[in-house]
Design a protein around this ligand. Structure first.
Ligand SMILES: NC(=O)NCCC(=O)O
Ligand SMILES: [Zn+2]
Ligand SMILES: [Zn+2]
Length: 485
């Protein structure tokens, strides 16, 4: 079997920085140390050798708001690899009333074109006995240990509190982790109607209809429901201080609550919606919307302090034509933006190069924490012997200006257009295969494999043991007085 050696670089993991070569054989790391030899040498002089990025939140070819998101598993994973991301986790979305297992077949078909490894979260979009039962098959046989719940998108994907409580309780039994899109969907729907009735129909009204308070309230509620059900909870696209505050408080109380800010919310702000160009503003319509600088500071502080766990993209891109479905009614603008190709270079440039994050923290929030939270560490998210050789050889001196003209995605714009980045992949390897060599893209359609994830053992056991210990117990009494009747 032929081998590759990544030579002369500095290995950077979530907790260590050291000089070493890395030898790869059969798609996995087989040796780490000085002066290694192999059949092929990848020159890493002046570079950092890091676990490839993992994006825990993407929507590729997602059926949503009457259309499909524009990037599919081929272009989406190609974009990811170009920016140093070697694995994505997408969301399987059953239609209301549809079997979870039937929905999964559709996602299995779409993902055969992936250039990089991937996994799925399963969404709970409706609730009855069939969903309850199929959840077990999803966890035990299909290798999916995470279930997504939308508290927004009323009349479409949204689930109510009783459905969430039932589903979270089932997650607790199965050793699964619930994920939540936390916005109060009832309030958003009312606000949207009021705004439309008062003539506010432009993309800026999307942001007016979803203020930080509705996200903070829903985040608190999701955390409370998880606490009652006895399971951990993962809050996706945490965008504001109110939601971060709820997560921080819960963690201080000892709860296993994970918060996931997006690169978009860290770097882009609400002024984008005031742009006089309708297409510019609509292109940035996503949920939750972009916030102000104070919220951005809160998210950066959370990553530094550890109250927020990882950085994702929620990559869900739509063409200008698709965004224009909402001309005259902002409620019909498909929600979502891209970011897969740019997350790693942007977080490095605005995080590590500014001193907000250390290199090790960068690895933690883009890869290792995610692999641990989703239960696939150290197969993914690690530079250790035996781990998959999903590696990015990172050149901290390479620069570019982000532009839609040079991106992998077929979409005509990029919400980060014009931003300069310093820090880019020299090589991106997916299970040992060099898919990216500087600006040369050598991705292989169909190379990506599904990553099966086992149920959580440790956290589930700890939480159920504690729940049992503190469960309400009948007080046994002697000498009960006779009824007063
Ligand atoms: N975030 C967004 O606007 N679109 C994708 C679907 C979701 O994650 O809510
Ligand atoms: Zn969402
Ligand atoms: Zn999403």
């Amino acid at each position: 079997m032929s081998s590759k050696v990544i030579k002369g670089g500095t290995v950077v993991t979530a907790d260590l920085t050291y000089k070493a070569d890395v030898r790869i054989e059969g798609g996995v790391i087989v040796e780490i140390g000085p002066n290694l030899v192999g059949d092929e040498v990848l020159d890493a002089a002046g570079c950092y050798v890091m676990p490839g990025g993992i994006d825990p939140h993407v929507h590729l070819e997602m059926p949503f708001m009457g259309t499909y998101s524009a990037d599919d598993f081929e272009s989406g994973t190609r974009a990811g690899l170009a920016g140093g991301t070697t694995m994505v986790v997408d969301f399987c979305l059953p239609d209301p009333g549809q079997s979870l297992l039937d929905a999964l077949k559709r996602w299995d078909n779409k993902s055969t074109r992936a250039n990089a490894d991937y996994s799925f979260h399963m969404a709970v979009t409706w609730w009855d006995k069939q969903v309850f039962e199929e959840m077990e098959t999803v966890v035990r046989e299909k290798g999916i240990n995470t279930f997504k719940h939308f508290m927004a998108y009323k009349g479409a994907l949204m689930v109510n509190d009783d459905e969430m409580f039932a589903s979270f309780s089932r997650c607790a039994e199965l050793g699964a982790l619930p994920l939540v899109h936390a916005e109060n969907g009832d309030i958003v729907a009312s606000m949207q109607e009021k705004l439309m009735a008062s003539g506010n129909n432009g993309p800026e009204a999307h942001a007016y209809s979803r203020p930080p308070e509705v996200e903070g309230e829903a985040t608190n509620r999701a955390i409370t429901i998880a606490d009652m059900a006895g399971c951990p909870v993962y809050i996706v696209h945490t965008s504001c201080e109110q939601a971060h505050e709820a997560i921080r408080r819960a963690r201080q109380k000892g709860m296993r609550v994970y918060g996931e800010p997006l690169i978009q919310h860290l770097l882009l702000d609400e002024s984008e919606y005031s742009n006089p160009d309708w297409d510019h503003a609509a292109a940035r319509v996503m949920s939750p919307p972009f916030r102000n600088k104070l919220h951005q500071d809160s998210l950066w502080a959370g990553l530094q302090a550890g109250s927020l766990s990882c950085v994702a993209t929620d990559h869900c891109s739509f063409t200008i034509k698709q965004k224009r479905y909402g001309v005259g009614d902002f409620r019909k603008i498909p929600n979502g933006t891209g970011g897969l190709e740019d997350r790693m270079p942007l977080l490095w440039s605005y995080g590590v190069n500014t001193g907000r994050l250390t290199m090790n923290e960068f690895v933690a929030v883009t890869s290792t924490n995610i692999a641990k939270i989703l239960n696939m560490y150290p197969k993914k998210g690690a530079i250790v012997v035996g781990a998959d050789a999903d590696i990015v050889v990172w050149d901290p001196k390479r620069t570019k200006t982000i532009s839609a003209k040079t991106q992998q995605s077929p979409v005509e714009y990029n919400v980060f257009e014009g931003k300069e980045v310093t820090g880019l992949p020299r090589y991106t390897l997916t299970r040992g295969y060099v898919a990216i060599e500087e600006a040369t893209v050598k991705t292989r359609e169909g190379h990506g494999q599904f990553v099966s994830r086992e149920p959580f053992q440790a956290v589930s056991k700890a939480l159920s043991t504690w729940k049992e210990l503190v469960a309400p117990r009948k007080v046994e009494r002697t000498g009960i007085p006779a009824s007063g009747v």
